[in-house]
Design a protein around this ligand. Structure first.
Ligand code: 5GP
Ligand code: MN
Ligand code: MN
Length: 335
């Protein structure tokens, strides 16, 4: 259990907060920002939420007025942030994961706090309020709300339920615990509409996203008697289907939906060049460690990395590492 005194002290002492999260934000990233922003505003604080990536449209319900999430440097610049006294970094502990906001955090003069549950960690020059056993950063923000005497408004509860639901794959991934469901019960009691949230996330797909799912499934491949499953999304796939990059969120889950699969990988060609790989493991193989070999990181069961290579080279580099992790004796042999 985290001791929240350092955060309480900063809230006592300062008025103007900056919140940020990782690039390509997911439900935990954005939902945790909603929860933390809500808590701080209840305490009378001035809060700016500044992210390096645009908010995927499926999360629009987290910011119904469209004025919570702002994008750096497109919508806010360094001068707009010069008055911030404290920076709170949510759901990440690695410089790379900050994207362009890394410049803001490196130059930041005031205290910095990281609230996170990732194993991988850089020295961000921050106070780390971290618990790697937490299923989501949203769980930690929930603790912070309680520790600081905040209120679970409908808005805060909606953000935190989104965070916990998405990082546990809707209570199905191995990080789901009895306490996960207790937290969710509390959030529903406080006003989160679990069914409405699920509908917003999964039943408001664009045609492009559904077609991208189709492409992703159609190009699924297996290796090593089905122990590895992988698929790739190219720039051309996005154009052909009319999907946007954010539509690839959680499509990696299909790779581990196959019987007998141990490791699943989704490769996504990036607009700015390079390839993002998402790794998932179902047998305790440490994805964070594998991703770390190529400069990425994350959790045991879910991790990611970005390579500067083209798609075929990236696929080969990542698969080579996965193969040898699964079967050190016959590394390189494919079936
Ligand atoms: P995803 O594959 O869904 O993008 O990420 C899986 C997990 O690994 C998430 O918790 C995410 O924050 C983390 N992650 C993804 N990519 C990277 C990366 O390049 N570096 C680090 N340190 N973590 C990553
Ligand atoms: Mn995240
Ligand atoms: Mn998370």
């Amino acid at each position: 259990m985290i001791d929240w005194t350092p955060l309480a002290d900063l809230v006592e002492k300062y008025d103007r907060f900056l919140l940020t999260t990782h690039i390509r934000p997911d439900g935990d990233a954005l939902g945790s920002e909603v929860g933390m922003a809500g808590l701080l505003r209840q305490k009378g604080k001035d809060v700016k939420v500044v992210n390096a990536s645009r908010t995927p449209p499926r999360y629009d319900y987290l910011d119904p007025d469209g004025d919570l999430f702002t994008i750096y440097p497109d919508q806010v610049n360094a001068a707009d942030l010069a008055d911030r006294q404290v920076a709170i970094i949510l759901d990440l502990s690695a410089w790379k994961q900050l994207g362009d906001v890394a410049d803001v955090i490196r130059a930041f003069k005031g205290p910095k706090v990281v609230v996170d549950h990732h194993v991988s960690q850089d020295d961000l020059g921050a106070i780390f309020l971290k618990d790697t056993t937490a299923e989501a950063t949203g769980t930690l923000v929930m603790q912070a709300v309680k520790a600081l005497g905040g209120t679970f408004t409908k808005e805060v509860s909606t953000g935190l339920l989104t965070a916990i639901a998405m990082d546990t794959g809707w209570f199905a991934h191995p990080n789901t615990k009895p306490s996960t469901l207790r937290s969710v019960a509390e959030l529903i009691e406080a006003g989160a509409d679990i069914n409405g949230i699920h509908r917003d996330l999964f039943e408001r797909n664009t045609l492009g996203r559904v077609k991208l799912m189709g492409e992703t499934l159609a190009s699924l491949q297996t290796e090593m008697d089905g122990r590895i499953a992988y698929t790739a999304i190219s720039r051309e796939d996005l154009e052909r289907t009319g999907a946007i990059a954010a539509d690839s969120e959680d499509l990696v889950d299909y790779t581990v939906s196959l019987r007998g699969v141990e490791v699943g990988v989704l490769f996504i060609e990036q607009a700015r060049g390079g390839v993002k790989a998402s790794l998932r493991s179902r047998t305790g193989l440490d994805c964070a460690k594998l991703a770390g070999l190529l400069g990425g990181g994350g959790h045991r069961a879910a991790a990611g990395l970005t390579l500067a290579d083209d798609l075929p080279t990236s696929i080969e580099r990542v698969l080579a590492i996965v193969r040898s992790a699964l079967d050190p004796a016959t590394a390189g042999a494919q079936s």
